[in-house]
Design a protein around this ligand. Structure first.
Ligand code: ACO
Length: 417
């Protein structure tokens, strides 16, 4: 096996180009070092306070799933569908419905990840919140998590690339740690999609659920954490997954936020998802000088079991190397891949120093693959009592409440919202 050297992510290069003001504060990846970097494991070491920082190690991880479980049978009580169709076409058996906003799911996951890392809120220098269902657009959700945690030292930002948001958040936080902008970060992937769901549309309503996961990253001088990634977007076909009624374009048009119409070309999304994840996986492995045989576990985005199987087949990944938890949660969008990674660790599927590949895709259509190397520790250092408030309704009651609250549909640009 060759060395696992990867070049700095495109995102980092963009950040450096975009905002020259950062350049004076960080050790910029020098152009003349690019050739050398092709064959190195990580970026050039940064010397800050005498510390050689070459990686953003994952030292804390946790999930937060809302307790209310919506089964396929529950869905069949108000939609023309059945358990057999959903299981055979998607692999999904149940999903969670949240009784709290996304900030609270993210906050609890973040508090648990901090405890797992043995850290306190004051240690956090950056919060990157990956989500497409923020409580508010202004102020952002990351600042709400900062407030709830009492993490007053943390810069706070949101990232939205739909289902891949948490993976792009990983890239953002890792780049900032590797360039010395911050020394620690919380990466959160969370989604509460149930209020915006079109519960009359069986093509989409059966596919999604709510949830959250978080990771604590720390600057270190080992070779671990995110080794490299491949990021991309099929912008030319972005409209094959488009939610009308969800965003500023619909402001001042006499409609209710939450009334949405999902344009969702399932089969086209399916094909692009497979193509994007297979390409991104091959590219990041090629860049890092690794082959699929060097990967211990693949933890893919969980949108459809058949998509996962197609990616495995085309990438020549044996079934026992694919982590699957779609039956438990459906597609939680930005929370999906991070919850899967947390569960892979909890279930002992990720062992010390394992290489983990995470291909994902989402609205946009964004696609990516991230190559991680886990550290020595696979057990959390600590736990916290922080939890969600109790939920006094069943998932079906929560969904029925959402359906009742939706206003009668209006037409915008000829599209029923
Ligand atoms: N129950 C019963 N029947 C259904 C249901 C349902 N829930 N949904 C669709 N059907 C019907 C259709 O109406 C169609 O009936 P028809 O033949 O009479 O017209 C039939 O089942 C087959 O429909 P297809 O769309 O061909 O089914 P397909 O096998 O393609 O599966 C699915 C549909 C599950 C949506 C699949 O295409 C898929 O998973 N696509 C990718 C979705 C995805 O990944 N989304 C991620 C979104 S990412 C983000 O960022 C939000």
């Amino acid at each position: 096996m060759q060395s696992h050297g990867v070049r700095p992510p495109i995102l980092l290069r963009f950040i450096l180009d975009f905002n020259n003001s950062w350049v004076s504060n960080i050790a910029v990846f020098p152009i003349e070092a690019e050739a050398e970097a092709e064959s190195r494991y990580c970026y050039n070491a940064q010397q800050i306070e005498g510390m050689s920082m070459t990686c953003a190690a994952i030292t804390g991880w946790a999930k937060c799933l809302p307790p209310a479980v919506l089964s396929n049978q529950d869905l069949a009580t108000f939609l023309d569908t059945d358990d057999q169709w959903i299981q055979s076409r998607t692999g999904m058996v149940e999903r969670r419905i949240s009784h709290v906003p996304v900030s609270e799911l993210g906050y609890v996951a973040a508090a648990r990840a901090l405890a797992a890392a043995g850290k306190t809120p004051g240690d956090v220098e950056l919060i990157v919140f990956g989500s497409t269902t923020p409580d508010q657009l202004c102020p952002n959700v990351a600042s709400r998590v900062q407030q709830l945690l009492g993490a007053g030292n943390a810069a706070s930002m949101d990232v939205n690339t739909a289902c891949t948001s948490a993976m792009y958040a990983f890239s953002t936080a890792t780049a900032m740690i590797k360039t010395g902008v911050v020394k620690s970060a919380l990466v959160i992937g969370a989604e509460v999609i149930s209020p915006i769901m079109d519960w009359e549309n069986r093509n989409v309503a059966v596919l999604f659920g709510d949830g959250a996961a978080a990771f604590y990253l720390e600057a270190g001088d080992g070779e671990e954490g995110l080794l490299g990634e491949e990021l991309g977007c099929y912008g030319e076909v972005r409209d094959i997954l488009s939610v009308h009624g969800w965003g500023m374009k619909y402001a001042l048009q006499g409609m209710q936020l939450g009334n949405s119409n999902w344009e969702f070309e399932g089969q086209e999304i399916f094909k692009r998802a497979v193509t994007g994840m297979v390409k991104a996986s091959a590219d990041v492995l090629q860049k890092s000088g690794m082959g699929i045989a060097d990967i211990d576990l693949v933890v893919p985005h969980q949108a459809n079991l058949r998509i996962i199987e197609a990616v495995a087949k085309r990438s020549s990944v044996p079934a026992d190397k694919m982590f699957v938890n779609i039956h438990r949660y459906g597609n939680m969008s930005a929370a999906t891949a991070p919850v899967a990674l947390v569960e892979a660790v909890e279930e002992g599927r990720v062992k010390p120093h394992n290489h983990v590949l995470m291909p994902a895709f989402g609205g946009g259509l964004s696609w990516c693959a991230h190559l991680f190397k886990w550290g020595e520790r696979v057990e959390p250092l600590g736990q916290t009592d922080i939890d969600l408030p109790p939920c006094d309704k069943t998932a079906l009651e929560l969904v029925q409440g959402i359906i009742k609250s939706k206003a009668p549909r209006t037409l915008i640009d000829g599209i029923p919202i």
